[in-house]
Design a protein around this ligand. Structure first.
Ligand code: ZN
Ligand code: ZN
Length: 377
């Protein structure tokens, strides 16, 4: 089968690899119909991780069940499913308590597994014609038959739940104001989710004009951080108070406004400044325990200079960590089916698998409006 294979920094290619097979009675084999490229794929693509050449990328996958293991009870050939990026067993303590992003079964020595991702276990990615899904009864979410809402549903694998998770971590409630840092796909999903949860006002901070424009299109207030301190810009629009809640949808590759240079703690510290005393921050943006590409020695070891004194003084709560997709994907699916949510506004390009190399290049450079790419193998 064809798959997107990592070749080394800034290089992927579509190659012929072995088609996966059922290896355990609880597996299913999915014929992939849609698979999205994620900002976190770029961490590997840019050579900022320990990813070795040969890894097949792709953790945002959906498709049609093609083959079913003998132990699978709720799925059958022909079912249309979306697969959370988390690989989870369903029976370990963390899974049982709803923290499927921290499964201790699927990735020995590390809590949490994912498809096609370095250090997240041996699970081959789905930017390919086929995907093997383990613990399939637990991991597959069934979708209505047909092809309707395809580009909405594929976003249930990661970014729609992850954006929603940012709001859940920040405990966004109806009538509140929210500042979302980052207008990439996850940031836009966080802003959209804040509105679904009834926020009265949502600010979205970025500097890429077309991303800020998307934020404005969904009813958020765009804040261009290249035009001045975003904390001051938001305070000016909130009677000097700041917002009730904040979401960091940027993570460790944050850049400063003036210079455009990487400054890994700048978003966290801006959020500490933006959110009013007693508010809360949700941090679904990725921070890592080691980053060889970081700009200073401490950051290389995952340690950042964060304004903990101000955080404490303001009594801010902080929620962090990757999304437990199964906590949200069913409800969000149903909102899509009922026409209450249409997250596909974020999808900029739908391409064939063969166009993956070019898509990675353009998405990485943020050119030609490449915001969110969905590949159809
Ligand atoms: Zn992703
Ligand atoms: Zn588990």
């Amino acid at each position: 089968m064809k798959a997107v294979v990592y070749q080394g920094p800034f290089s992927v290619s579509v190659e012929e690899v072995d088609k996966p097979a059922i290896q355990h009675p609880n597996d299913v084999l999915v014929k992939v119909t849609s698979t999205a490229i994620c900002g976190s794929d770029l961490h590997m693509y840019e050579g900022r991780t320990a990813a070795e050449p040969g890894i097949v990328f792709g953790h945002e996958n959906m498709g049609i069940v093609e083959e079913v293991g003998d132990g699978v009870t709720t799925l059958k050939e022909g079912d249309r499913v979306v697969v959370p990026f988390n690989v989870a067993c369903g029976f370990c303590r963390n899974c049982a308590e709803g923290f499927t992003g921290y499964c201790t079964t699927v990735n020995p020595g590390f809590a949490g597994g994912a498809y096609g991702y370095v250090s997240m276990g041996p699970w081959q990615g789905g930017q390919a014609e086929y995907l093997r899904v383990p613990y399939a009864d637990f991991n597959c979410l069934k979708l209505p038959e047909g092809t309707e809402h395809e580009t909405d549903f594929v976003l249930l694998a990661d970014i729609f739940p992850t954006g929603y998770h940012g709001c859940e971590l920040a405990q966004v409630r109806p009538g509140e104001s929210v500042a979302v840092y980052g207008a990439g796909p996850v940031g836009l999903m966080a802003a959209y989710s804040a509105m679904l949860r009834g926020a009265k006002q949502v600010f979205v901070v970025d500097r890429v004009a077309e991303r800020l424009q998307k934020a404005e299109e969904i009813g958020a207030t765009p804040i261009d951080f290249s035009q001045g301190d975003p904390v001051e810009q938001i305070k000016d629009r909130t009677d000097g108070v700041g917002t009730d809640k904040g979401v960091d949808a940027v993570g460790y590759q944050a850049t400063a406004g003036g210079s455009g240079e990487e400054e890994p703690a700048v978003v966290l510290n801006s959020l500490v400044g933006t959110v009013r005393p007693t508010g809360a921050l949700g941090v679904p943006g990725l921070y890592v325990p080691a980053d060889p590409g970081a700009p200073d020695e401490q950051a290389k070891q995952g340690m950042l200079l964060v304004a903990i004194g101000k955080l404490f003084e303001k009594g801010l709560r902080v929620g962090t960590g990757q999304c437990n997709v199964k906590r949200y994907n069913r409800h969000l699916r149903d909102m899509i089916i009922e026409g209450r949510a249409k997250p596909s506004f974020v999808v900029s390009h739908e391409l064939g698998l063969d166009e993956a190399a070019d898509a990675y290049d353009k998405f990485d450079k943020r050119v030609d409006g490449y915001t969110k790419v969905v590949l159809h193998p």
